[in-house]
Design a protein around this ligand. Sequence first.
Ligand SMILES: Cc1cc2nc3c(=O)[nH]c(=O)nc-3n(C[C@H](O)[C@H](O)[C@H](O)COP(=O)(O)OP(=O)(O)OC[C@H]3O[C@@H](n4cnc5c(N)ncnc54)[C@H](O)[C@@H]3O)c2cc1C
Length: 411
Amino acid sequence: MRKILIVGAGQSGLQLALGLQAQGYEVTVMSNRTADEIRQGRVMSTQCMFGTALAHERDLGVDFWEDQTPRIEGLGVSVAAPDGSRPIDWVGRLDAYAQSVDQRVKMAGWLETFVERGGKLVVHGVTVGDLDYFARAYDLVMVAAGKGELVSLFGRDAGRSPYDSPQRALAVAYVHGLAPRPEHPDLHAVRLNMVPGAGELIVIPAFTTSGPCDILFWEGLPGGPLDVFDGVKDPREHLRITLELMERHIPWEYDRAREVELTDAGGTLAGRFAPVVRHPVAELPSGGLVLGVADVVVANDPITGQGSNSASKCAAAYLDAIVEQGDKPFDRDWMESAFARFWATAEPVTKWTNALLGPPPEHVLGLIGAAGQLPAVANRFANGFDDPSDYESYFYDPEAAGAYLASVAGA
Ligand SMILES: Cc1cc2nc3c(=O)[nH]c(=O)nc-3n(C[C@H](O)[C@H](O)[C@H](O)COP(=O)(O)OP(=O)(O)OC[C@H]3O[C@@H](n4cnc5c(N)ncnc54)[C@H](O)[C@@H]3O)c2cc1C
């Protein structure tokens, strides 16, 4: 059977490894951390995944945490005014529920499953020099190492990368004890709280190493009032600042958060990165080729919560492309065409995410405002998180947005 190497044990690498393994391929995974190190380490994401991405996991039978994890059936938007009121506040219903399983739980569990099923795991931080050798030893080498140093192999695609610096400062805290939302206490929903000119607070029900929890996730405009987490090393201090900002900017969320405590000492994360699309194929000094996977080639800002979804869709697209290739070589043409399959879903994600990073144009404010009166608009906007290609037909163009609103209002 064909020998395949996957570098990186994250959403895309492990989903792909488990999928290939189930089809009988001889798969090696190289990870810079063991399962226990991942499980006991720091949180890495907020990883909210919507229906299509979750279905890929279900298809492989690796949705091990589905029954324990809160089912997110809505997606809400609130806009804060300086006086602490919220002129916009609504929740749309998702057609298929979303879920967020802490990557520490999922990746550690998947890595163990991969090994239990006979997969070969090498715990090693792979270097560019290593890859040169591996490209000769395997039929196919895929780099699924996230935003790590190996991305330097893959050139930036300037035409698809409008930003060359981080657009948000990210600060995540996993908590227990968040009170139910009074407006809909029985409905789990992701909430995107916008603070115009400052950034966003995203609140996500999730499942972590100690059970169900919530994630408080600040996205701050660089240099603005929410960009204050750099250098904060103490997790308790991180939570204190998170709550202080909530009290000042999003008081309705703060009211729910008065009793919260961190899930664990690894339950906070802060950082920033520039969104980027890279060329999918890297050529090594000896002429060998490697294929970039998920974040390695398409790293979007998490404001729209799409990276894990895209990683799952990328793994599914590459799995199909590998199986269809049969015994034929995994050459440059094949690699480019495998990426093109992924890009078909990643392009609308990238366009929409980059659009949300800028100040909203008038017609977008009109759409978001109208969703408060028109549940059909709220529901459609919410379900776009599962399939952002739907925004193409009404979100970007003022005339199309106006026509869509008129059609809903007149219905
Ligand atoms: C703050 C934040 C919030 C987010 N929230 C969401 C969200 O709500 N929804 C969503 O869909 N996405 C979200 N994302 C994005 C999502 O986490 C990523 O897009 C996704 O994890 C990418 O998967 P991946 O497989 O490409 O890489 P990763 O999940 O990053 O996995 C890469 C793996 O490779 C390993 N590795 C790195 N270098 C090497 C090396 N040299 N050798 C061996 N192993 C190596 C790493 O340790 C890691 O285990 C968020 C991201 C951040 C930062």
